[in-house]
Ligand binder design. Structure first.
Ligand code: GDP
Ligand code: ZN
Length: 449
């Protein structure tokens, strides 16, 4: 895959949409320099800035600017790359793109430059994803973490475990070929120790990748509680929009709705779940199933109760949120209370989604949980995505099973589990990823990247 030669030349505007001081056009592919010459650029020297007047088919000047040529393979994509810097006018830049296309280039798909860099071995998949995360980073810490992933900090951690797994696979598969001998005489103890090391490295990697995912995505929270407690109203009050549908018919919130709010640089995603209750029609049951999936992966449960009868709401909840690390009990509709009893519990707040009372206190509480959730900033912190954490988790499961098979001297099964663990990690760096996974990842990038 890495030595595939792409014969077409792609073009896109690489600067941000809209007007700006400078606009940037990027070409990548074998005809990049030829197209620049046809536009009016002089004979290009590698990595030199050339002034040029760029012309349309009639010789009329479209714009003037700077042309830079990066011959293959010393470019971002590993292919011949030309960058045209002109005035930051969307109209002029579009004319230049159209002219490049007339001269034989093709409009690049979103993320196609990064995809080519990946396919040409300039970056691995985790690094390519870090480019998109760097561009989208919401604060300094997330940007620094994405920058480290782009530099390969995360990839090197994965490669280290992959090397350990490869060694183990070689040992175990060699032992299979000497099937009559017990593994111990062929270094069984050594294999077990090696696997133990790989598993403890995987556990650390998972912890650090989870931290990196939180830096990127923020803490994940769900709003949960009985029908009509005011979850949708509260979601809207916190997010400051009319996003969720508010009704007074119990059970209207059937889907999970997402709204993201930013608290001190951390993103808090609120999910308005279906009221948890037995029965209901098929659509309602589907809503409940999704609610349970959200609860399983959440860091924080915001439990919304009707302040007039909180005990009933809590009873209806059962042990649904038992495994959630952080919980806040929100006694909503405080405006309907005749008297507000004292709440000694720091995890309980009175609010009114209707009047806004208590929302500041709730915000403060969420902020402190969000900053505690991200933890202390640590050296070498890198960014990661949910799909990376999931892949590490899969690798851990297979490594654990490999260990169990080794105990029983089931060498073939152990070898297979080690292969699957190796495959799972390969998905992160893209060493063995299916084309559809690659397509999904790169299509979420912006054009020109
Ligand atoms: P959900 O089913 O938990 O999402 O509840 P909704 O947000 O749809 O609200 C149910 C009903 O309670 C609606 O009629 C809301 O207007 C009302 N409601 C929500 N919050 C408050 C509040 O703080 N005070 C009062 N008085 N009514 C509220
Ligand atoms: Zn609702």
């Amino acid at each position: 895959m890495n030595d595939a030669i792409r014969t077409d030349t792609i073009v896109a505007i690489a600067s941000a949409p809209g007007a700006g001081g400078v606009g940037l056009l990027r070409l990548s592919g074998p005809r990049a320099a030829a197209i620049a010459n046809a536009l009016g650029a002089p004979t290009l020297r590698p990595r030199h800035a050339h002034y040029a007047r760029l012309r349309d088919a009639d010789g009329e000047v479209i714009d003037d600017g700077i042309v830079l040529w990066f011959p293959a393979p010393n470019s971002f994509t590993g292919e011949e790359v030309v960058e045209l810097q002109g005035h930051g006018s969307p109209v002029l830049l579009q004319q230049l793109v159209a002219r490049c296309i007339a001269l034989g280039a093709r409009q690049a798909r979103p993320g196609e430059f990064s995809e080519r860099a990946f396919l040409n071995g300039k970056l691995d998949l985790a690094q390519a994803e870090a480019i998109a995360d760097l561009i989208a980073a919401g604060d300094n810490r997330a940007a620094r973490a994405a920058r480290r992933s782009l530099d390969g900090v995360f990839s090197r951690r994965i490669d280290t475990v992959v090397e350990q797994l490869v060694l183990l696979r070689i040992h175990v598969e060699a032992a299979i070929d000497f099937a009559d001998e017990p593994l111990d005489t062929l270094g069984g103890a050594q294999v077990r120790r090696g696997l133990e090391q790989a598993r403890s490295d995987l556990a650390l990697l998972r912890r650090d990748a989870e931290r990196g995912r939180r830096l990127r995505d923020g803490l994940h929270a769900v709003l949960i509680g009985p029908p009509n407690a005011g979850k949708s109203s509260l979601l809207n009050a916190l997010a400051g929009s009319e996003r969720a549908i508010v009704t007074d018919i119990a059970g209207t919130t059937r889907d999970t709705l997402r709204e993201t709010i930013r608290l001190d640089g951390l993103e808090l995603t609120l999910v308005d779940t279906a009221g948890l209750r037995e029965g209901g029609d098929a659509i309602e049951r589907e809503g409940m199933r999704r609610a349970h999936v959200e609860i399983e992966r959440t860091d924080l449960a915001l439990i919304v109760l009707d302040a007039r009868d909180p005990a009933a709401g809590e009873a209806a909840l059962g042990d649904a949120v038992a495994g959630v690390p952080h919980k806040v009990y929100i006694h909503n509709k405080s405006d309907l209370l005749k008297a507000m009893p004292a709440l000694d519990d720091p995890d309980r707040v009175f609010v009114s989604a209707a009047t806004g009372a208590g929302l500041d206190e709730l915000h403060a509480r969420l902020r402190s949980i969000a900053s505690a959730g991200a933890g202390e900033q640590v050296d070498g912190e890198f960014s990661a995505r949910t799909r990376h954490v999931d892949a590490i988790e899969r690798a851990q499961e297979h490594a654990q099973r490999a260990d169990a098979e080794l105990v029983h001297e089931h060498l073939e099964l152990a070898a297979e589990e080690l292969r699957l663990a190796h495959d799972a990690l390969g998905d992160i760096t893209g060493q063995m990823s299916a084309d559809d996974l690659l397509g999904r990842i790169f299509s979420s990038f912006c054009i020109g990247k």
